[in-house]
Design a protein around this ligand. Structure first.
Ligand code: FAD
Length: 447
């Protein structure tokens, strides 16, 4: 652990976002003695888990002037990991209360996740720290502090100075769209999963879904219930062609798209040709911080946010500026909690960071390691199997506990099930042993 300082200081901190990351960041900052002001554009806590039937006016979300709808949640969404491993360390995501509106399933619907986050906010009195319907429009460094410009729904602007800013704005609102040769003259419709809500508009259509991980696998099956045919384009080998089981026997898996043609057809690398009505891009998202002005110090290049030490601190601005939640996939809420504990402890001076040079050196080394492993730059923030090592390293820095065995293994086995049995993984599992271990652990916490 880094040496502790004797002088503990209390900072005034702006937190951008009241999703899972912002909520736990606010709690940890307050626990550490800081004053946090949380800004959120929306009317309530929960971030992307606040479902709305509304989608953006531009179905591919390419128009920079569009009104941004934050949530990417679709009506049928259930969690893609078991609830036990999704929760915060000291506030497990277990079925709570007898309310019939709650969803006790192990892989509950998005509404249950929102209810959990609302419970968390209530339990730790976070809402009193939040300025709802207030968008942060600009953040910039000024004389060692941070200038934060915000605007509320009434159009009222505020210009304030904070000691530090913690960015918790999420990274599932700026879609990444697949580049398809010939698509400019292809006559069909296109939509990104960010704007997908219900299958109804695809009734009797032939639909091509690009991507076959969590959202792609779900959405293709959702649409196949009403569509004529659904064809999934995947990154698997060029000769991939497989009929998948589905409710209506109308689902195929292909290789990537080769070309989209003017006559409405889509040609896959496996040589198959379909006449499609719609392409659904389940192709992920880009990191995007339109409010941040660091005078060119920070950038997002090929989806790498840089420079960042341990995916959190831009060295020259540390610890005044930090990012919670950038590493995608795997343990999310738990990671937000651990990262928030570290940021809070560093801000108070209880824990110190290495010098700017050492942080840059560490970052460069991590980039070199990725390169040596042949991992593309755009996957910089995908930690994969190294996530637990990363979390335990941070935990050691700030005196927190390591990831529990059951939590780590639920993710490993959960993702394997998701890939191996995309239709049934939420209702059929073989890791009761891990679930029992988790509940045993929760019971020792007197919750
Ligand atoms: P968000 O929840 O996106 O919250 C960010 C908040 O910041 C929002 O409330 C937004 O309004 C606010 N904001 C943004 N910009 C501004 C601004 N300029 N001013 C003011 N406010 C602003 N993870 C799991 O663990 N399990 C799952 O099953 C799972 N399923 C998922 C399914 C989908 C479709 C997606 C897209 C993601 C899923 N995830 C899942 C990952 C998800 O990212 C995390 O669970 C988590 O909820 C993200 O929390 P966050 O706080 O980082 O971001």
């Amino acid at each position: 652990m880094a040496p502790a300082s004797n002088s503990i200081s209390s900072q005034r901190v702006a937190v951008i976002g009241a999703g899972a990351a912002g909520l736990v960041a606010a709690r940890e900052l307050r626990r550490e003695g800081h004053t946090a002001v949380v800004f959120d554009r929306e009317k309530q806590v929960g971030g992307l888990w606040v479902y709305t039937p509304k989608a953006e006016s531009d179905p591919l979300s390419l128009d920079p002037t569009r009104h941004v709808v934050h949530s990417s949640v679709y009506e049928s969404l259930r969690t893609n990991l078991p609830r036990e491993c999704m929760g915060f360390r000291d506030f497990p995501f277990v079925p709570r209360g007898d309310d019939v509106s709650r969803d006790p399933r192990r892989y509950p619907s998005h509404r249950e996740v929102l209810a959990y986050l609302q419970d968390f906010a209530r339990e730790f009195k976070i809402e009193e720290m939040v300025r709802f319907e207030t968008e942060v429009v600009r953040v910039e460094p000024i004389n060692g502090k941070w200038r934060v410009l915000s605007r509320n729904s009434g159009g009222l602007s505020e210009d304030e100075i904070f000691d530090a800013v913690v960015v918790c704005s999420g990274h599932y609102a700026e879609p990444s769209v697949a580049q398809i040769p010939g698509v400019e003259s292809w006559p069909g419709k296109q939509i990104h999963s960010h704007n997908y809500r219900l299958p109804d508009p695809f009734e009797d259509e032939v639909v091509v879904v690009i991507g076959n991980f969590a959202s792609g696998a779900d959405i293709s099956r959702d649409i196949s219930k009403v569509a004529k045919e659904v064809h999934i384009a995947t990154k698997s080998s060029p000769d991939t062609y497989e009929k998948l089981s589905g409710d209506k026997n109308n689902l195929w898996k292909h290789s990537q798209i080769d070309i989209a043609r003017e006559d409405g057809t889509i040609v896959f690398q496996n040589g198959k040709v379909v006449h499609a009505d719609t392409i659904v891009h389940c192709t992920g998202y880009k990191y995007y911080f339109p409010f941040l002005d660091t005078n060119g110090y920070m950038s997002v290049d090929d989806n790498r946010v840089e420079p960042l030490y341990k995916h959190i601190f831009p060295p020259a601005f540390a610890p005044g500026l930090s990012f919670i939640g950038l590493p995608a996939m795997g343990l999310q809420f738990y990671m937000f909690e651990v990262q928030s504990k570290w940021v809070s402890a560093v801000l108070s001076g209880r824990v110190t960071l290495p010098s700017v040079d050492k942080m840059m050196e560490d970052m460069m080394l991590s980039y070199e390691t990725l390169e040596a492993l042949g991992i593309p730059k755009r996957y910089t923030h995908k930690l994969g199997k190294s996530q637990c090592e990363y979390l335990d390293w941070i935990a050691d820095e700030c005196g927190f506990s390591h990831v529990e065995h059951w939590r780590d293994q639920e993710v490993v086995r959960g993702y394997k099930r998701l890939v191996d049995q995309p239709e049934t993984f939420r209702d059929e599992w073989d890791d009761d042993d891990l679930m029992e271990e988790a509940y045993e652990d929760f019971s020792t916490q007197n919750l």
